[in-house]
Design a protein around this ligand. Structure first.
Ligand code: GLN
Length: 195
């Protein structure tokens, strides 16, 4: 199988940490900032950061249309703010336009403010490489409040979905890249189908 070609959206947020994860997986990723750069990709990470800022920058760079088109042939992995962008509905959008890739509803900052950020172990329903249950770092994280029937919940925290996927697209409300845990990225890469 050809090697998957992956990119990380580099408009805002902690994209550098995602690049390091792909380096650790021996799968170099490129930083993507323009629509034309999506052509050569199988998968794109939309990193965490601030969804309001990210949404403004997506508009400014005319990326909404191209990203929606890309999601029809390539796969997205969204973490935190990236997961918000991937949702179909946002309870409290505050100006954020979602991409609408996954049938789910999210509430921005659903776990509280910055001071309420936390790390804890997650329950998973998928096999992750390596040892031990994964730990989730939640930083002003969104809450997934509703998940469509066709969306699979692959990790939860106290019974609430915190990681979901459908047809190769994956959204995580926590930050594995901050924990330097490459297992979620590895799982997502397995679902990419290189041309
Ligand atoms: N609360 C942020 C937002 O609404 C997300 C925070 C994050 O990505 N760590 O975009």
């Amino acid at each position: 199988m050809a090697t998957a070609r992956v990119g990380v959206l580099g408009l805002q947020g902690d994209f550098a940490a995602h690049l390091e994860i792909f380096d650790a997986l021996d799968l170099p990723a490129r930083v993507i900032r323009r629509a034309g750069e999506l052509d050569e990709l199988d998968g794109l990470v939309v990193p965490g950061g601030e969804s309001t800022t990210l949404s403004i920058l997506l508009h400014a760079n005319e990326l909404y249309g191209p990203l929606r088109d890309f999601a029809g042939r390539g796969k997205l992995l969204g973490t935190c703010a990236g997961a918000i962008l991937m949702a179909r509905r946002i309870e409290n959008p505050g100006g954020v336009e979602p991409l609408g890739i996954l049938d789910m509803t999210v509430r921005r900052n659903g776990f509280g403010r910055q001071v309420d950020s936390f790390e804890d172990l997650l329950e998973t329903s998928v096999e992750l490489d390596g040892e031990g249950p994964p730990s989730g770092v939640f930083i002003r994280a969104p809450r997934i409040t509703e998940v469509g029937e066709e969306v699979e919940v692959i990790a939860s925290y106290h019974g609430e979905a915190v990681a979901v996927r459908r047809q190769g697209h994956m959204a995580l409300t926590f930050h594995p890249e901050i924990r330097r845990d490459p297992r979620w990225h590895a799982l997502w890469v397995k679902g990419l189908s290189p041309a």
